[in-house]
Design a protein around this ligand. Structure first.
Ligand code: ZN
Ligand code: ZN
Length: 74
């Protein structure tokens, strides 16, 4: 898989990660790693809560979209 964002820019870079939200391939330059609290609730299966955060790989688009959803000051 190639980096989607690089492909948009006319480059061809191998993807090293995949955005967990939209599934787009991302190279090292475009993969955004965010530490987030483990999601709680809203899932149709029982999940244990974890105190630790989990790293998630996001593309820049999803990262921005998720930041907008956070309260002010975050
Ligand atoms: Zn890229
Ligand atoms: Zn994404």
């Amino acid at each position: 898989m190639k980096c989607y964002i690089c492909a948009e820019e006319g480059k061809s870079t191998d993807a090293v990660a995949i955005c967990i939200v939209c599934g787009m391939g991302l190279c090292m330059d475009h993969a955004i790693r965010q530490e987030n609290e483990v999601w709680t609730g809203g899932y149709p299966f029982p999940a244990e809560k974890l105190k630790e955060t989990l790293p998630r790989i996001l593309c820049k688009y999803c990262s921005i979209a998720l930041k907008k959803g956070n309260p002010k000051g975050g």
